[in-house]
Write a protein that binds this ligand. Structure first.
Ligand code: SF4
Length: 93
């Protein structure tokens, strides 16, 4: 899971910091920032997802996570294209 926090949308409700304070520290005015990596460890995903869903202004969103299982971005781009004739598209008669 990879996330983004749009600080221009944040209204400082602090809900995200309540659920995942290690990921969303608040500044002196109560506005959140994203601490550390935007890639969230699986163990933290439930709390971060709760923060994402409860943010009243939808300032926290998910991004496509293009890393492979070993964290190698190229891992998801490799592989063979489907063989000719094995695709789902079929010609109409
Ligand atoms: S819950 Fe949303 S609006 Fe509230 S501090 Fe976090 S990001 Fe900002």
């Amino acid at each position: 899971m990879k996330i983004k926090l749009d600080r221009t949308l944040c209204d400082g409700f602090g809900i995200c910091a309540k659920y995942a304070p290690e990921h969303f520290p608040l500044d002196d005015w109560g506005y959140a920032s994203l601490a550390g990596s935007p890639v969230i460890a699986p163990a933290d995903e439930p709390a971060v997802t709760r923060a994402l869903l409860d943010c009243p202004v939808h300032a926290i969103t998910t991004l496509p996570d293009r890393t492979g299982p070993a964290g190698d971005p190229a891992a998801t781009r490799t592989g063979s294209p489907p063989a000719a004739g094995s695709g789902e598209r079929k010609s109409l008669p």
